[in-house]
Design a protein around this ligand. Structure first.
Ligand SMILES: [Zn+2]
Length: 316
């Protein structure tokens, strides 16, 4: 591969999700030169994840000279200095595993590790909806609800590495619903894909006319039904939008960002939940602030995290 086809520096970027493992070669202009996606090795040892990454890197041997770092994002809390996963409910085998040492030994590049929602925030600031902004919050609505905070152009990780966990801020202490973090009434229990499925099941008996069935229910099916006017689906997305709006109003009063970027698969339901989301924000946040904060859908799609992970490695 002639070198002039890409910039000097490439990052071997890894999106290590609970379901899918994606690997990409990203250059310093944010171009994705190569990309693969497969299922994350399930319930197996961390070694099988490492072996998968090593074999992906070997497939791209022709680019090897230009790679400057491995940068991995995971859905969980990380110790960035040691590049160790501290907590990841969907990737238990990686917790406390010496990922940095193993990958550095086998691939040779410096290894960086970042929380996936943080990486997505950086990706959207670099090449997405938050381009040109320096105070950015990203909220990821997926299986769970994640968040990333950028202040003055810098990712704010917090004193203990857990800043931006908007999904685990309390929005309903009387719900009786326990979150996997141990708290009751977290935003994640009302605004994630998992929550949409649960809330649909909870109320299905009150909507005898619904076309939805409890078995095999997914957030996409609820959305599709809502688009056709299904009352149950509409009620669920309305509820989701109300809780999300409460969470965003709290964020606005706390951080006063220029922009809040909403990412993740549940964004596809935008037309069904955004009306209630905006209403809650306007009612609950400081009026003049809420009117000025921009709320935008993500522009980098699935790639926000990979791009952000690459950017963070290139900056370091
Ligand atoms: Zn929680």
């Amino acid at each position: 591969m002639p070198k002039n086809l890409f910039s000097e520096s490439l990052v071997f970027a890894v999106d290590l999700g609970g379901t899918h493992l994606r690997v990409a070669l990203v250059d310093d202009n944010g171009r994705i030169l190569k990309q693969t996606k497969q299922e994350t090795p399930k319930g197996e040892s961390a070694e099988s994840v490492v072996a998968t990454l090593v074999s992906a890197a070997q497939n791209w041997d022709t680019y090897k000279q230009a790679v400057v770092a491995t940068s991995i994002m995971v859905p969980g809390a990380v110790d960035r200095d040691k590049a160790v996963v501290l907590q990841a409910p969907n990737l238990p085998s990686l917790v406390n595993y010496p990922l940095k040492a193993e990958l550095q030994k086998r691939l040779g590049w410096p290894v960086f590790l970042e929380n996936d929602a943080n990486a997505a925030a950086v990706g959207e600031m670099w090449l997405g909806a938050a381009r040109g902004c320096s105070d950015v919050v990203s909220v990821t609505l997926g299986t769970g609800v994640g968040g990333g905070v950028i202040l003055d152009g810098k990712l704010w990780r917090g004193s203990h590495g857990s800043a931006g966990e908007i999904g685990h801020t309390t929005v309903d202490p009387f719900s009786g619903l326990k979150c996997k973090c141990g708290n009751i009434g977290c935003l994640e229990l009302f605004a994630s894909a998992t929550a949409i499925v649960r809330m649909t099941r909870e109320t299905i008996s009150s909507f005898p006319e619904t076309s939805l069935k409890s078995d095999g229910l997914t957030a996409e099916k609820v959305y599709d039904a809502g688009q056709k006017g299904d009352e149950l689906a509409l009620a669920v997305f309305k509820r989701m939008g109300v809780y999300l709006g409460i969470g965003l109003a709290n964020l606005i009063n706390l951080i006063d960002p220029q922009i809040i970027v909403i990412t993740g698969g549940v964004v596809n339901g935008w037309d069904l939940f955004s009306g209630d989301m905006y209403r809650q924000m306007e009612e609950r946040a400081f009026r003049t602030t809420a009117q000025q904060v921009k709320i935008a859908k993500a522009e980098c799609g699935d790639n926000a995290g990979l791009l952000g992970a690459a950017r963070l490695a290139l900056q370091d």
